[in-house]
Write a protein of this length. Structure first.
Length: 374
């Protein structure tokens, strides 16, 4: 059995493919699995780290905002478009896969499109509630279109056939123990807040969270874990000093880090999560059954994080606070309202859990095996 994955650009496209590949490897140790991706993308690092073979194909996404940097980027993107089909053909001819799977993003487009054109069994998986351009282009060419949420159907060709599988979730998230996590983190009986804005760190999120920390730090009622991201390492302490918190390390139950490397544990311990609205993050919130305040990033293609977040808000599983309305005051007001009513936190978490598809890995695996004839 040979499976070719085409993915890249962001972790949101790469990690789902890695999760599915891991399921296949677990069930079929002899399966040959190959990833195709951009040699300059994070997939070139993450895929080998996970123990899978990687082959390069140079592709660039188009930038929509007008600037000299983006014009240069788009010229290169056009150049790569002329070479990507021939490189995709070479990959297919050399590997000869039984199934080719794309997980969205510009990297997967040329490989999956060429595979479909040449008669290989193909499928694509869309993580977001609002499908990306690549999914829309491939939807009528591939054998199967897999979706994370039913809402995505509203934006695709109504004549197509779509299978709702959910997003692949790490087992560590699914099976984390809340009581053990809270004990290890020293939470005690306090309300635990978990906040983060991405690996780089969103400035607006850090600014609002700084106000929130200053708002609740002296009450002693909360355990707050916050990831600043790389850009916020120096920014957040500076913001806190401006608000009279000269040394946050002296405040009990305040845990500020650059990254959260133990997300399954922190998520299990949390009562309320404040974060962006990336597709995989939201699927993990659902799987863990957590109440959340979602701050969709406006700096993503087709504003897809807003559509992701609204799926949860419409199910009364989260509160959405758009960045255009985000201030320290607005975040503190939402925080106070939710934390004053533990029953509301539990209700939001329960509603989030009702949206979860815990067996997404298995569902996607079955669709791949069906195409393989297994």
């Amino acid at each position: 059995m040979k499976i070719l994955f085409a993915c890249g650009g962001t972790a949101g496209h790469i990690n789902p493919a890695l999760a599915v590949a891991g399921t296949i490897r677990q069930k079929h140790p002899g399966a040959e699995i190959l990833f195709a991706g951009n040699p300059g993308g994070m997939e070139a690092r993450l895929v080998p780290q996970a123990g899978f073979d990687f082959t390069p194909i140079r592709v660039k996404g188009f930038q929509r905002k007008l600037s000299w940097y983006n014009i240069k980027n788009n010229v290169m993107a056009v150049a790569y478009l002329t070479t990507a089909p021939s490189r995709a053909r070479k990959i297919l001819e050399e590997f000869r896969p039984d199934v080719v799977m794309g997980t969205g993003g510009y990297v997967s487009g040329p490989v999956v499109r060429e595979a479909a054109r040449r008669g290989y069994k193909t499928l694509t998986h869309e993580q977001n509630a609002f499908p990306g351009v690549t999914t829309k282009l491939l939807a009528r060419r591939v054998d199967k279109v897999l979706l994370a949420v039913p809402k995505a159907k509203d934006y695709l060709d109504p004549q197509g056939e779509y299978i709702v599988t959910g997003n692949p979730i790490r087992e560590e998230i699914l099976f984390a123990d809340r009581n053990k996590a809270r004990e290890e983190l020293g939470v005690g009986d306090k309300i635990c807040i978990l906040s983060f804005g991405g690996s780089l760190g969103a400035r607006r999120v850090n600014e609002a969270v700084a106000d929130l920390i200053a708002h609740h730090a002296k009450t002693g009622k909360f355990h707050h874990i916050h990831a600043t991201g790389s850009y916020g390492v120096e920014l957040l302490p500076e913001l806190l000093r401006e608000k009279g918190i000269l040394d946050w390390k002296q405040i009990p139950h305040l845990d500020i880090r650059e990254y959260i490397n133990d997300m399954p544990r922190c998520l299990a311990a949390a009562d309320l999560v404040i974060c962006r609205a990336g597709a995989i993050t939201l699927s993990e919130l659902e799987a863990a059954g957590k109440a959340s305040v979602l701050i969709p990033s406006p700096n993503v293609a087709e504003n897809h994080q807003y559509h992701n977040a609204m799926v949860l808000q419409n199910a009364q599983a989260a509160v959405v606070l758009e960045e255009k309305n985000l201030t320290g005051k607005s975040l503190c007001e939402v925080f106070d309202r939710l934390c004053a009513d533990p029953e509301e936190l539990r209700r939001l978490g329960k509603n989030a859990a009702s949206l979860a598809i815990a067996d997404a890995n298995e569902r996607i695996y079955r669709e791949i095996m069906d195409l393989c004839g297994a």
